[in-house]
Design a protein. Structure first.
Length: 259
């Protein structure tokens, strides 16, 4: 997106909304008036500016984006989503260590969309864990990465595997040692299920889950894992983002199988 075209669109809220609306569908002037709640006398000059810069054309009574207009609009939509995400979650993003998330996914973090920040409180010090577990227990497919151990998780994933839900879990070497020593029977029972997978990695500083309906992410803060907050996001883009994050770590892990 050239600086000139970027300024042309961003310097006018009407022009910005026009290209974003036309990205959704070609529209007649009356439709644009209705969608944007702007009078034709205000729309026409802005449409003419977009047309003169080869961003918009008019065919069969409808305005539509040119190829370059479509490229620009898609970038604007991405920037708009990114601005909303950062604006809503600025404190979480600035206070937590984002380095466990690969650069390729940080560049698409807007895919997480309208995140919900789950936080513990004095009245409910297990709010984050309880919310995540409740959502996981209702899922039809789960993939989990954990760099911290909670004694309630082995029972949860074993129960899910027993219900024939596809379950994939990545843990650190330290957590795997705990599972081998203190949860050997549960570990063996889990691995007996064809729908259950376990992987071990030496490089994970996050707690993360992606299911068929949501993605949730917890990170380190001030050098220690923050168990009190988690970002939760819903929708296909967030789920795809989460699946790619899981796959990033799976490729760096070794799979554990029963002897």
């Amino acid at each position: 997106m050239s600086e000139c075209l970027q300024k042309l669109v961003l310097n006018s809220e009407v022009r910005k909304n026009l290209v974003l609306q036309l990205l959704e569908r070609p529209s007649a002037l009356t439709e644009l008036e209705e969608y944007l709640n702007v009078r034709p006398s205000n729309l026409i000059p802005q449409l003419n500016k977009l047309k003169s810069n080869n961003l918009v054309i008019k065919n069969d009574g409808k305005f539509r984006l040119t190829s370059t207009g479509s490229i620009l609009a898609k970038n604007l939509r991405r920037l708009d989503a990114l601005a909303r995400l950062i604006g809503k979650n600025e404190q979480f993003l600035n206070e937590h260590d984002l380095s466990p998330v690969p650069e390729s996914l940080l560049h698409r973090i807007e895919d997480l969309g309208d995140c919900t920040l789950i936080e513990n409180s004095l009245e409910n010090i297990t709010a984050t864990f309880s919310e995540v577990v409740d959502k996981l227990s209702k899922s039809e497919k789960i993939s989990v990465i954990s760099s911290v151990f909670d004694s309630r998780y082995p029972e949860l994933v074993l129960s899910m595997a027993g219900r024939k839900v596809p379950v994939s879990v990545i843990v650190t070497e330290n957590i795997f040692e705990v599972l081998e020593k203190e949860y050997a029977d549960a570990l063996e029972a889990y691995l007996e299920h064809d729908n259950a997978r376990l992987y071990v990695t030496d490089d994970a500083r996050l707690a993360f889950a992606v299911t068929d309906t949501f993605t949730t992410l917890s990170l380190c803060k001030n050098g220690a894992f923050d168990v009190s907050t988690s970002l939760m996001s819903f929708g296909p883009p967030a789920i795809r983002w989460g699946e790619e994050l899981f796959e990033h770590y799976r490729q760096k892990s070794r799979e554990i199988r029963n002897p």
